[in-house]
Design a protein around this ligand. Structure first.
Ligand code: UDP
Length: 235
């Protein structure tokens, strides 16, 4: 395996599968299977999951929610997804631990980077929920932050497309994929791969990113073993 310690970011929406809302059990089991497969190879895995399949702070504003409360609801949504993934991994016999950035025992253990690293060294997958614990941030930013904190070799963003494209490949048939691109170029081209806060954190702390298609079974293992796939984003 090329990468020994990874931070995997999964969006909440990707957990929906074909559903319109919530968690699709088949998709969840399929992700858990891929994650277990690489954990069995000795890869240390931290995971940050989004909450967009349940609630997003910004969209809450249009429904009359105050932004801070809306964001807190979004952070709680990431906890629901994290518990779902934890449960799927446990049912497959894969050790894991849920951490929360906001204190809420016994739902999860209060996060600290030391405790998360201890869990990783112990062969447990560390599922890092609640985003950063602060409103006005995203789970992409949380993934960048936690990736830096746990000293991951790489940030892997599992999506339903094959990488970073010149335009949205789901909308534009002429969109071309980048095999690699720098963080600066992402910015100058205005490509919406991650929000700027997340990209800046990665750039300033030298944490490279690979955007890849997690919906194809086996892809997670391929990307970690160093197979040339997805888009490699670097300084
Ligand atoms: N959120 C937040 N702080 C964080 C991370 C997330 O307030 O550090 C809230 C925010 O409202 C966001 C929601 O949680 O809209 C869900 O996260 P995100 O939109 O990043 O999920 P994804 O798009 O990956 O499913």
């Amino acid at each position: 395996m090329k990468y020994k310690r990874i931070l995997l970011k999964l969006s909440g929406e990707s957990l929906m599968g074909e559903k319109q809302y919530g968690v699709d059990e088949m998709r969840l089991a399929e992700y858990a299977e891929q994650i277990k497969e690489v954990a069995r190879q000795g890869v240390e895995i931290g995971i940050v999951i989004g909450g967009g399949n349940i609630f997003r702070g910004l969209s809450g504003i249009s429904k009359g929610f105050d932004r801070v409360k809306g964001d807190q609801m979004g952070m709680l949504a990431t906890v629901i997804n994290s518990l779902a993934l934890s449960s799927a991994l446990t049912s497959m016999g894969q050790k894991n631990r849920v951490f929360t950035a906001i204190r809420m025992e016994p739902v999860g253990e209060l996060y600290s980077n030391q405790k998360a690293i201890e869990a990783l060294k112990n062969g447990e997958i560390a599922i890092l929920s609640c985003g950063t614990g602060n409103p006005f941030f995203t789970t992409d930013t949380a993934a960048a932050l936690r990736g830096i904190e746990i000293e991951a070799d790489i940030l892997l963003k599992g999506t339903r497309v094959n990488g970073v494209f010149t335009a949205d490949p789901e909308k534009d048939r002429n969109a071309c994929k980048f095999d690699e691109i720098t963080f600066d170029e992402l910015y100058f081209r205005g490509l919406k791969v991650m929000d700027l806060t997340a990209a800046t954190l990665c750039k300033e702390n030298n944490l490279p990113l690979i955007v890849f298609n997690m919906d194809v079974p086996g892809n997670l293992k391929k990307v970690i073993s160093g197979e040339n796939m997805g888009t490699y984003v670097h300084n």
